[in-house]
Design a protein around this ligand. Structure first.
Ligand SMILES: NC(=O)c1ccc[n+]([C@@H]2O[C@H](COP(=O)([O-])OP(=O)(O)OC[C@H]3O[C@@H](n4cnc5c(N)ncnc54)[C@H](O)[C@@H]3O)[C@@H](O)[C@H]2O)c1
Length: 381
């Protein structure tokens, strides 16, 4: 492979244009050589705005091209799995938006397929790549918190606190008497990713609950108010095998600004609080304390955690995604084993979400891994 990474972005809609395409184009080692979208108008507009010459409505035209190294899947959710699988089969490295698949076993199977072929994968875990989060992880690795005790994770803002804010209907055939997962699937994944990453152990058991606070909402397609029994707020507890106790809270009816992430880790020596909430033009902060100096103080984030020229007053999506793209480029071009936030991690996060839901449905603690073979060799439901 040359020193330049050639990327094709599949799905050129809102998120591709805010995060993926500009994120890749910020890296001088990367060329965005093609875009694909089934909507010709979106495709033409994105091609013009980002000056990408090769535009196709059928992504399969790109798969056999030896001059493409990476397929970046930024389509609507339903196409993530099939395009990722086809790209891996064609020998391409793959970045994919979450979720790759709602069934974590399917995502894990793709992870294994990639590893067998020596290919790298990456999930769109945007917030892991925030400079403040990468800095926090480097402090944890350097021993700043000591032995980790407690992780508290929040992903919450007030995006849908107003019932009139249009929402895509989750499932037109859903039984309105049964609450379905929504916030924990749509919002929870990034903070669950951080919970696993910061805690450093294996998650063994979870319990929790979810609630529908706003009963009727505006449906985008019909323009009508409709009963939607969906989780718009939830809370969970997790126990790790290294002794860490963790909590997760996700909601989109909790007053506060985007993106609304807060991760707190407390240990035997110190504590770190990372906040990714855009307030007064600043999109991230990190505060730390130690057992000897218990008042939290804000830390400056070292420049090495930013893209060249980057700063905390940039748009959060562009800043964090620039780091994600640069990290994937480094992982691929270096040829080494590093591959953070890959499909294997995506499968673990999805398995955690599935375990949370099972706990709510059964009103009981649920052990991980799910579907572990029982003592008699049978596979649990
Ligand atoms: N990681 C994050 O923080 C984050 C934030 C926002 C959105 N997302 C994810 O990004 C994805 C895209 O979201 P969006 O808001 O841009 O939606 P969007 O509807 O604006 O864009 C999706 C585009 O994909 C195209 N498309 C659909 N199927 C296709 C196919 N088979 N081949 C080629 N193109 C196809 C559509 O025509 C559309 O233009 C979603 O999975 C969403 O969940 C992630």
């Amino acid at each position: 492979m040359s020193e330049t990474l050639r990327v094709a972005v599949i799905g050129a809609g809102r998120w591709a244009q805010r995060a993926h395409i500009p994120g890749w184009q910020r890296d001088p080692r990367v060329d965005v050589v093609a875009l694909a979208d089934t909507d010709p108008d979106v495709l033409a507009q994105a091609g013009r705005d980002f000056q990408v010459a090769r535009l196709v409505t059928d992504y399969r035209e790109l798969l056999d091209d030896p001059d493409i190294d990476v397929i970046d899947v930024a389509t609507a959710n339903h196409a993530h799995f099939d395009i990722s699988a086809a790209a891996l089969d064609a020998g391409k490295h793959v970045l994919c938006e979450k979720p790759v698949h709602h069934d974590y076993r399917q995502t894990r199977a793709l992870s294994e397929r990639a590893q067998a072929k020596g290919l790298k994968t990456k999930l769109g875990f945007t917030f892991r790549y925030a400079p403040a989060v990468q800095y926090a992880k480097s402090l944890i690795d350097a021993g700043f918190v000591g032995e980790p005790y407690i992780f508290n994770g929040y992903e919450q803002n007030s995006q849908w606190i107003d019932p009139g804010t249009p929402m895509r209907q989750v499932d037109p055939d859903a039984d309105p008497s049964v609450i379905t997962t929504s916030s924990i699937e749509g919002y929870g994944a990034p903070i669950i990713d951080m919970m696993h990453w910061f805690s450093g152990g294996e998650l063994r058991s979870v319990v929790g609950t979810m609630r529908n606070f706003v009963p009727e909402r505006m449906i985008r397609a019909t323009g009508q108010m409709q009963r939607l029994n969906i989780d718009d707020g939830d809370m969970w507890i997790g126990e790790f095998d290294n002794g860490v106790l963790a909590s997760i809270q996700s909601s989109y009816v909790t007053v506060g600004n985007f993106p609304g992430i807060e991760a707190r880790i407390y240990g035997s020596e110190g504590a770190i609080i990372v906040r990714l909430v855009e307030e007064f033009g600043v999109c991230q902060t990190i505060r730390t304390a130690t057992k000897d100096e218990v008042e939290f103080v804000e830390r400056e984030i070292p420049q090495e955690f930013f893209p060249t020229g980057g700063h905390s007053r940039e748009d959060w999506d562009f800043l964090f995604y620039s780091n994600l793209c640069a990290d994937f480029a480094t992982e691929i071009l270096s040829g080494g084993p590093a591959n953070q936030g890959d499909f294997g991690q995506g499968a673990l996060v999805q398995e955690t979400i599935n375990a949370f839901e099972r706990s709510f449905r059964t009103r009981a603690w649920v052990d991980l891994p799910l579907n572990a073979p029982a003592a008699d060799g049978a596979v649990a439901a």
